[in-house]
Design a protein around this ligand. Structure first.
Ligand code: GDP
Ligand code: GDP
Length: 434
């Protein structure tokens, strides 16, 4: 779980070109992210059947033409801390610069798995030049051209080999919760409230490559894993204010979870960083509970929660079917409720509807509201089934799947949400040829 590759290197070596190449095909094939804007920094890729995340560390550069040494240094250090494998990118046309040396030095001192990628090797002449980069003291080089794609297959073969494949959770029936949100929202505080002073830890499980990803708790009658608790508690003063850092941390926690508790600071409301994290949760198809924390600091009249809820759903639209809990860690308000809702969402996420029940209910729906005919073609849905996936996904078998459009799929999704409770959970609809 949590296969994260980060591309590092100084500006102009071709990081974002490689990033686009690795993530493009994926989003073209799986066109299910409607309503989710494409991210310059974070994308999903798949190779040899393995899905993984790609992060372009340059995506958060400030004033990309003149990124200071310090900026690159920080990005590399964050990538070392948060990624599973690092793609260290160099440019064959420029040779090794001082910045490259600096990055190489940081990576050498870390124990991270690093693949050295020499980019812009567009032709055989440049291939000869690429061997010059062995002078960095590395054993293996990957010569690629991010522009024409040559060499990227070999790179990907090696990359997917390096990901830690083991799922280090003992019992998959027990939900994994992650608390995510921007700095200062109250994540550490609520985790401490969950855990309590006694830290009623059942089993600390250490990850294969990182320190303790999951810790198992048995609290308030709930049995669950908290993801990356050590990471949330152990803050890095140096990086804390960097958006890039908090996003990297969120990615890692989200990928390793089943349900995310997205914590919002009530005194600030929903801001772009919250929206970004919300989208990351959605793109990873995880369950979601929104916690509006520091509720004790908000002046209340009778309309406040309603207005607040509305505002939050508007800002996170089009996905609006998720629970919102108003918490205060300071006054211990609804801490228990937060866990309770996370447990409910987990249940919703793992719900399985039998094929006979599903067809009984949904056949009537599609008979009463058939898909609109397109180009004079009449579409007939014959058969429906839930797919054996980790998040609810439904296949509608029909004669002309290509003629069923987004609005009708959304209609089906909403019907399914009404019939069966999928609150807090992304639901996917696929039209398949039958
Ligand atoms: P970043 O700053 O590291 O993200 O670099 P970019 O991806 O923005 O690329 C910088 C420049 O190098 C752009 O003009 C790209 O078109 C160019 N570039 C990237 N990859 C290649 C490549 O494989 N071959 C060639 N010839 N140019 C490339
Ligand atoms: P993190 O960065 O998300 O882990 O946030 P912290 O848990 O460190 O909390 C940031 C600050 O907000 C700390 O000073 C907390 O005491 C304070 N805080 C957290 N939750 C609440 C709350 O519900 N109400 C109030 N008034 N303050 C809170």
């Amino acid at each position: 779980m949590g296969n994260i590759a980060a591309i590092v290197g100084r500006p102009n070596v071709g990081k974002s070109t490689l990033f686009n190449r690795l993530t493009e095909s994926r989003s073209a094939i799986v066109n299910e992210e409607s309503g989710v804007t494409r991210d310059r920094l974070y994308g999903k890729s798949i190779w040899n059947g393995l899905e993984f995340s790609v992060v372009d560390t340059g995506g958060y550069a400030v004033g990309s033409e003149d990124v200071f040494e310090e900026e690159i240094r920080k990005q590399v250090l964050i990538a070392i801390e948060e990624a599973d494998v690092i793609l260290f990118m160099l440019d064959v046309t420029t040779g090794i610069t001082d910045y490259d040396e600096m990055v190489a030095d940081l990576l050498r001192r870390s124990k991270k798995k690093v693949l050295v990628v020499v980019n812009k090797v567009d032709n055989p002449e440049r291939l000869a030049d690429a061997s010059y980069f062995y002078s960095l003291g590395v054993e293996e080089l990957f010569s690629v051209s991010s522009i024409n794609g040559s060499g990227t297959g070999e790179l990907l073969d090696r990359l997917v080999e390096l990901f830690p494949s083991t799922e280090n959770v003992e019992d998959l029936d027990i939900p994994r919760f992650a608390v995510v949100g921007r700095p200062n929202a109250g994540k550490s505080s609520i985790i401490n409230a969950f855990i309590g002073e006694d830290r009623n830890i059942v089993t600390p499980i250490s990850g294969t490559t990182r320190d303790s990803i999951y810790t198992r708790y048995n609290k308030f009658g709930y049995d669950f894993y908290l993801v990356d608790t050590a990471g949330v508690r152990k803050k890095s003063k140096v990086f804390e204010d960097l958006e890039f850092y908090s996003v990297m941390r969120a990615i890692r926690a989200i990928e390793n979870s089943d349900v995310c508790l997205l914590m919002i600071d009530a005194t600030r409301g929903v801001e772009s960083q919250d929206q970004k994290i919300f989208q990351l949760i959605q793109r990873n198809k995880k369950g979601i509970v929104v916690l509006v924390n520091k509720w004790d600091l908000v002046e209340k009249d009778t309309m406040t929660t309603k207005k607040y809820e509305e505002d939050i759903r508007n800002k996170f639209a089009p996905f609006v079917d998720f629970p919102i809990v108003f918490t205060s860690v300071i006054t211990k308000q609804r801490i228990h409720k937060a866990l309770e809702m996370a447990a409910v969402v987990f249940e919703n996420k793992t719900r399985r509807i039998s094929t006979s029940k599903l067809n009984e209910a949904m056949q009537k729906v599609v008979l009463d509201n058939p898909p609109p005919s397109t180009k004079g073609k009449y579409i007939k849905i014959k058969y429906i089934m839930q797919l054996p996936t980790n998040t609810p996904a439904f296949a509608f078998f029909c004669n002309l799947p290509q003629y069923v459009h987004e609005p009708y799929k959304r209609f089906l999704e909403n019907k399914l949400r009404k019939l069966y409770d999928f609150t807090g959970v992304p639901v996917q609809i696929f039209m398949r040829k039958k």
